[in-house]
Design a binder for this molecule. Structure first.
Ligand SMILES: Nc1nc2c(ncn2[C@@H]2O[C@H](COP(=O)(O)OP(=O)(O)OP(=O)(O)O)[C@@H](O)[C@H]2O)c(=O)[nH]1
Ligand SMILES: [Mg+2]
Length: 199
């Protein structure tokens, strides 16, 4: 549930990018960030290792339009995908309002996509969140690779909720902003129906 500060007339929505390691979450975050106009965004925080893998999490915030007379701020995170950072993933998912699942389209990585989605579902359960009603967008990334699995095969394995999906090439900023807009739209859609608006 978004955090609402009625006094400041502010609502904070948390969006988390999840998915297997090396699938392209950090690349998405960097591409969205560079596409956003400066006055409305925070600094970009990326903490990674020498081999560019996320160690803690990636983060920026974005001030968006007014919703129901309140200023909406999106807090955007990407988790570390590697197996042994499960505790960090759980921490970052605390208070999540919407999820982008970035899948790797390389056919050889399908097992990791499936395992990562199972890990995400387990962490949501641990937090007591309902996967079925959680705003979710699936991104099929790395569509430029020669060895991609077909879109239908990937969706059959990953899109059990029938949510919106986007094909992307995050290194070329293709499909990245579209994905982000779609998850923001879902989260805002829930805001306008779920939140009791005080005068
Ligand atoms: N060919 C191709 N490579 C990509 C694409 N998107 C990202 N990459 C590359 O994939 C590698 C991993 O990308 P990251 O964005 O660091 O992946 P991540 O999901 O953040 O990985 P973790 O932080 O370990 O969870 C990098 O070398 C990227 O340049 C894409 O669309 N196509
Ligand atoms: Mg990363």
């Amino acid at each position: 549930m978004p955090i609402i500060n009625y006094r400041a007339r502010e609502v904070n929505c948390k969006i988390v990018y999840c998915g297997p390691s090396l699938g392209g979450k950090t690349t998405n975050i960097k591409a969205i960030y560079s596409a956003l106009p400066s006055p409305h965004k925070s600094e970009l925080q990326i903490i990674d290792t020498n081999d560019d893998r996320t160690l803690f999490f990636d983060y920026f915030s974005l001030d968006l339009a007014q919703i129901c007379g309140m200023r909406a701020r999106f807090l955007v995170y990407a988790v570390p995908g590697q197996d042994y950072y499960k505790a960090t993933r759980k921490m970052v998912l605390q208070g999540v309002d919407g999820i982008v699942f970035v899948a790797d389209s390389d056919a050889s990585r399908m097992d990791e996509n499936i395992a990562s989605l199972a890990d995400l579902k387990a962490l949501l359960i641990e937090h007591g969140y309902d996967y079925q009603s959680m705003p979710l967008v699936i991104q099929l990334n790395k569509r430029d690779l020669p060895s991609t699995l077909s879109v239908n095969e990937m969706l059959a394995a990953l899109n059990d909720k029938g949510v919106p999906h986007f094909e992307s090439v995050a290194i070329d900023s293709i499909g990245v902003v579209e994905t982000f807009k779609a998850i923001c739209g879902q989260v805002v859609g829930r805001l306008t129906t779920d939140i009791p608006v005080k005068a």
